[in-house]
Design a protein around this ligand. Structure first.
Ligand SMILES: Nc1ncnc2c1ncn2[C@@H]1O[C@H](COP(=O)(O)OP(=O)(O)O)[C@@H](O)[C@H]1O
Ligand SMILES: [Mg+2]
Length: 411
């Protein structure tokens, strides 16, 4: 025991809050609470925020110690405003908004650690605003979406074989779930909608959900990948738990290629968790499962093969680019709600629009309406449509020269 040289009790840890202009008075706060000041004979060279240890017995003595002695908690907030002259920063602390002096490098939207004691921004934790979630986010993140009531199969032009296949795979099993259960056949769990962008995958998923009359849960795959480490599995699980609580449901995962690329070593950790949970959920469906999962992708060749294994997405519906007959049907479907005048020569347009996607064809009505409106007319005529065709064709040409075709593929 006799190698203890000295026990110093009652030392006061304090931190410099402010310094008088002449540098001779240090205003301090004490770690124990309270405040005080230290008067010195000549300027010390200390700065605001320095941590000092005062020896109480010899109160004219103090030494500077490491910042870690000051274990007062810091706080986290998001920068919501920086004033014009970059002097002051407003930080949203969750319960209050406080001002801090500007620090080089601080930008709007940064998440920062602040010291409320010395009123300083200590560091940027993230260049994005990290928002805290409320209890509401946790209990109600997924609700079935209401599909536009007026939508029917008539709004989907062309591709009759595709519509037929989709109805057989999705609408029929949902409507006759009890009979299928009796037959003891393996029910459809997952259907992959593949095809170029703008070929109607999302549209048909919404229509089939509405026509089947079951709750429709739709998410973009990237929404299931959380920015919170380790949360993506939970998000996905919650989606399926909510869907399972319905008597029957369709879960639509749009743009699954954005996350479900072949799982490589460097694929994002959260993406992997989401995908693993999706597979777990689908593998866990019981024979009388009430959910059909539709996933849409522009690039089926890039999908993780695990998704396509038996009992998962083992049905694929390919949305092809429309042929001339389909194009005419798409134009007619688009015309249903539009005021037109005279013969529109739609068959001619269908013949001239080789290579156009359904989305491009339906945007023709919008393009044409601009010419109609420009001339103060109230109904689209054949001439407006021809001008619309030329305009969209020109846009396609520009896209092509930029190295992308309208379907977003590299060319
Ligand atoms: N077969 C179709 N008949 C009529 N309109 C269509 C058709 N396919 C697509 N559209 C139109 O194009 C838009 C984009 O289609 P979308 O379903 O989002 O394509 P995808 O999901 O395949 O990228 C739709 O909102 C709709 O206006
Ligand atoms: Mg889509």
């Amino acid at each position: 025991m006799d190698d203890i040289l000295e026990i110093r009790k009652d030392q006061l840890v304090c931190r410099i809050k402010a310094i008088s202009p002449d540098g001779l008075t240090l205003f301090i706060s004490l770690l124990k609470g309270g405040s005080g000041n230290i008067t010195v004979g000549s300027p010390t060279g200390h700065s605001i925020g320095d941590v000092l240890m005062i020896d109480e017995e010899r109160s004219n003595s103090y030494e500077q110690v490491d910042q870690s002695f000051w274990n007062a908690p810091t706080a986290i907030g998001v920068v919501v405003f920086i004033n014009k002259n970059a002097e002051e920063v407003l930080v949203d602390m969750g319960v209050s908004i406080q001002t801090f002096p500007f620090q080089q490098g601080i930008e709007y939207g940064h998440t920062v650690e602040v010291d409320t004691e010395t009123n300083q921004i200590l560091r940027t934790i993230s260049e994005k605003p990290i928002t805290t979630r409320t209890a509401m986010d946790l209990v109600a993140p997924f609700a079935p979406i209401k599909v536009d009531d007026s939508m029917t199969y008539e709004d989907f032009g062309g591709l009759p074989d595709v519509v037929d296949q989709v109805r057989k795979l999705i609408e029929t099993p949902l409507k006759h779930a009890d009979e299928i259960k009796e037959i003891n056949a393996r029910p459809v769990k997952g259907v992959l909608f593949s095809g170029a962008p703008g070929t109607g995958k999302t549209l048909l998923a919404r229509i089939v959900a509405k026509e089947s009359g079951v709750p429709f849960f739709t998410v973009s795959a990237s929404d299931l990948v959380s920015k919170w480490l380790g949360e993506s599995g939970g998000l996905t699980r919650r989606l399926f738990e909510t869907a399972k609580s319905e008597k029957q449901a369709i879960v639509f995962i749009d743009e699954i290629d954005s996350i479900a690329g072949i799982r490589s070593e460097n694929s994002h950790e959260e993406t992997r968790r989401m995908l693993t949970e999706l597979l777990t959920q689908m593998d866990g469906f019981t024979p009388d499962s009430n959910i059909i999962v539709i996933a849409a992708t522009n690039r089926p060749q890039d999908l993780d093969p695990a998704l396509l294994r038996a009992g998962r997405f083992d049905w694929e519906v390919y949305f092809r680019m429309p042929d001339e007959k389909d194009r005419l049907a798409i134009l007619i479907a688009g015309k249903r709600s539009i005021k037109t005048h005279g013969d529109l020569e739609l068959p001619l347009i269908a013949a001239q629009t080789e290579g156009w996607s359904a989305a491009e064809l339906s945007s023709l009505w919008t393009a044409a309406s601009h010419f109609t409106a420009r001339d103060n007319r109230k109904a689209i005529n054949a001439h407006d449509l021809r001008r619309g065709v030329a305009q969209i064709a020109q846009r396609q040409e520009i896209m092509y020269r930029r190295g992308h075709n309208q379907r977003g593929e590299n060319v």
